[in-house]
Write a protein that binds this ligand. Structure first.
Ligand SMILES: [Fe+2]
Ligand SMILES: [Fe+2]
Length: 224
């Protein structure tokens, strides 16, 4: 599982300065363009820009560690919070425009919308990027029943990137990197996210319970 030659005591969750990925020239160019666009888009919110760059590095690192596509992971990390600079009213308008219906008033799930809206807007800007990137961005806030490895990499990277202040749950997920499967790592981050919502008295998106039950049932079947 762990491809890096780092000892067991090293913090495997922390991305390296250079993951040494041999990108194709077109991938390198695309990453440069997407990073430049992200820097310009998120410039008004420096902490959001720093977070996005950090998620991109962490996602690339997890991808190398777990055999997922590092290029798609890094691109998804760069773009995942593209719409975090949009005002709440504007975001709600865009969600309505795209017909996003989560079965509850959109205001109550506003924190989940930026990924779903970005996933509908960005394909026009980057038509050469594949659907997988948009799927990962769409479900990076809510998770989904059909999480694939790229989705899991982005979800986990968003939750554990080094600039995020460590809670007990976040540290627990960090400590599991490279020592458990990607599915188990994602599960820990997903459940930790739900616990955080409950402990802080935030609104729980009702479909989260369905997603939890579907994933829990699949896990129980796999582990039987
Ligand atoms: Fe986000
Ligand atoms: Fe994020």
């Amino acid at each position: 599982m762990a491809k890096h030659g780092r000892s067991k005591n090293v913090e495997l969750w922390r991305p390296l300065d250079d993951e040494g990925v041999a990108y194709e020239p077109w991938q390198r160019l695309t990453l440069m363009r997407v990073e430049a666009d992200t820097r310009s888009r998120l410039a008004p919110k420096k902490h959001r820009l720093d977070h996005s760059l950090s998620v991109a590095k962490t996602a690339e690192h997890l991808a190398v560690l777990y055999g997922v596509d590092p290029f798609l992971s890094r691109v998804a990390g760069l773009l995942h919070d593209w719409d975090k600079v949009v005002s709440v009213d504007e975001l709600l308008d865009r969600a309505r425009y795209f017909g996003i219906d989560l079965g509850v008033p959109l205001q109550s799930v506003e924190p989940l919308l930026h990924g779903m809206v970005a996933a509908r807007e960005l394909p026009e800007r980057y038509p050469h990027l594949p659907h997988e990137v948009w799927h990962a961005i769409a479900c990076h806030t809510s998770a989904a029943e059909d999480m694939n490895p790229l989705d899991m990499v982005l979800f986990v990277a968003d939750g554990i990137e080094p600039l995020r202040r460590a809670s007990e749950g976040i540290q627990q997920t960090r400590d599991m990197v490279g020592r458990v499967s990607l599915e188990d790592l994602f599960w820990n981050a997903f459940v930790g996210g739900i616990m955080y919502v409950l402990q802080t008295g935030r609104y729980l998106y009702p479909r989260t319970i369905d997603i939890y039950n579907t994933l829990a049932t699949a896990r129980a079947r796999r582990n039987a």
